[in-house]
Design a protein around this ligand. Structure first.
Ligand code: MSP
Length: 472
């Protein structure tokens, strides 16, 4: 089999509309998927929606809707947004789809049969926002720091999945990078967590929650939403939950995650797979959160940057560019609409947009004919190295550097004068400029696919529509 590349995003909760945080993960994954397709790897890019659980049930009830109707609406909104943002996902998994539900039940049965699940009870503090039990030391002033809310005391009969026996295995696999966690500091964080405390068995069912997948061996219980959700990474590529033949795209080369959900993936997800004797993913890549003006985005603070607002101002490729060029991928990213507007105007409207319109206009002068090459891939190693290292802002800075150089080359050589004075020199200058554009358009493919296409078309037809409108 030729080299393969399976990449996943987390599946998004369908309790609210998507925001730029969701778009950020998805766009980054899209760049990786596109770059790997360009390298001719057999690629599968999966995203989807996480539709069960207490949080969603509660919200649906508040809005007077039945949960299925409620999640149908948001699942559609996510799909529409990904389409608009030119996301090239090969699959979209919904956890309320019949095939997924059936597979989850099969898995539960298998785990029960092989002794990985047993009946017991669990008492703890449950944060509905996280859909997780929290230990005292994870709370700040008695509240979950991610949701700024006090978790509820909960005690109930439930089924639990054994975790403890995997502790050493996990430490070993993470240490050796067989189960790789990137960036390095998150690997360290997970190792110090696993080395400092015993892994507790996790509750994998809920007794008083209707909105979930029924446990096949006990109809009074529904499946814990994380167990249900995590299995999407396998059901989304067609696994039925019982076949010994795992779809060939598994294991995932990269599972992209925000830092808030690293621990669940490195413990519960890994334990599910180990209990099923299925290989672990090759790697988890952990990215930071988008902040707005240095603070977590929140409706109360009024600093939420809406995806609609961003799309309206900067367009699809402008949004893709601004989110990925705003800072080191992996770190938290502090954005403000002002800074993004400035960057849009400088790099895209004045930079790239201006370059394309000037070069195309000059090249359409009179009888000037320049045979451009036939767009063989000139996707160079340099840009691939950036992408393979998740250095998206580095890649875009590099491309932006080429744009600046090319614009400077125009200023220095004044082709609009050469065309009248020195035809040979003019041709030489234009040849270089057209080649620059061709290269830039190639390098942009994974980041700004539509812009890349437009530049290619402009080169072929010698006509260019303005690419970016300055934002006032
Ligand atoms: N449904 C779970 C994931 C299940 S995966 C088996 C979930 N959903 S979520 O919608 O709350 O978040 C999905 C992803 O979006 C997470 O990786 C999270 O880190 C990311 N983001 C949510 N807010 C974010 C920002 N403000 N900035 C960047 N990413 C953020 O968790």
């Amino acid at each position: 089999m030729k080299d393969k590349f399976y990449i996943t995003t987390p599946i998004y909760y369908t309790n609210a509309k998507p925001h730029i945080g969701h778009a950020y993960t998805t766009i980054a994954s899209d760049v990786l998927a596109r770059a790997n397709r360009l390298q001719k790897k057999e690629t599968f890019f999966l995203t989807g929606t996480d539709e069960h659980g207490a949080k969603i049930e509660k919200k649906a009830i508040e809005e007077g809707k039945n949960p299925q109707e409620f999640v149908d609406g948001f699942a559609q909104i996510f799909q529409d947004l990904w389409k608009e943002l030119n996301i090239s996902n090969d699959g979209f998994i919904r956890t309320t789809s019949p095939a997924h539900k059936l597979a989850v039940q099969k898995v539960l049965q298998a785990l029960y049969d092989n002794g990985s699940i047993y009946k017991g009870s669990y008492k703890g503090l449950y944060c509905v926002g996280c859909e997780q039990f929290k230990s005292e030391n994870e709370l700040v002033d008695g509240k979950c720091p991610d949701h700024n809310a006090a978790p509820e005391e909960m005690e109930e009969e439930c089924y639990l999945m054994k975790m403890g026996k995997w502790q050493e295995t996990l430490i070993g696999k993470i240490k050796s990078d067989e189960f790789r966690i990137q960036p390095e500091r998150y690997k360290k964080e997970m190792l110090s967590f696993l080395e400092s405390q015993k892994l507790e068995d996790v509750s994998i069912s809920r007794k008083n929650l209707k909105w979930g997948i029924e446990i096949p061996f006990d109809s009074e219980h529904t499946t814990y939403v994380w167990l249900d959700a995590l299995l999407n990474y396998l059901t989304g590529i067609g696994w039925d939950g019982e076949s010994k033949e795992i779809p060939k795209m598994w294991p995932a080369e990269i599972q992209m995650l925000g830092k808030d959900i690293l621990r669940v993936h490195a413990t519960i997800w890994a334990a599910i797979l180990l209990n099923l004797e299925i290989e672990l993913p090759k790697s988890l890549f952990i990215h930071g959160h988008i902040l707005s003006g240095g603070k977590k985005m929140s409706k109360t603070l009024g600093n939420v940057i809406g995806i609609d607002e961003m799309l309206e101002k900067s367009g699809v490729d402008g949004t893709r560019y601004l989110l990925l060029s705003g800072g080191t991928f992996g770190d938290d990213l502090d954005l403000t609409m002002e800074r993004m507007t400035e960057k849009f105007n400088a790099d895209l409207a004045n930079g790239l947009g201006n370059l394309v319109s000037r070069v195309i206009k000059l090249s359409s002068q009179d009888n000037f004919q320049f045979p451009i090459s036939n767009f063989q891939s000139i996707f160079n190693d340099k840009i691939l190295n950036f992408i393979n290292e998740f250095n998206f802002d580095g890649a875009l800075e590099y491309i932006n550097g080429l744009v600046k150089e090319s614009n400077k080359f125009i200023e220095d050589n004044k082709p609009w004068e050469l065309v009248k004075t020195d035809e040979n020199k003019f041709k030489e200058v234009m040849k270089k400029l057209l080649l620059d554009l061709e290269i830039i358009s190639q390098l942009l493919i994974p980041f700004m696919p539509e812009t890349s296409e437009k530049i290619k078309l402009a080169l072929e037809t010698k006509k260019a529509e303005p690419l970016f409108q300055r934002i006032k």
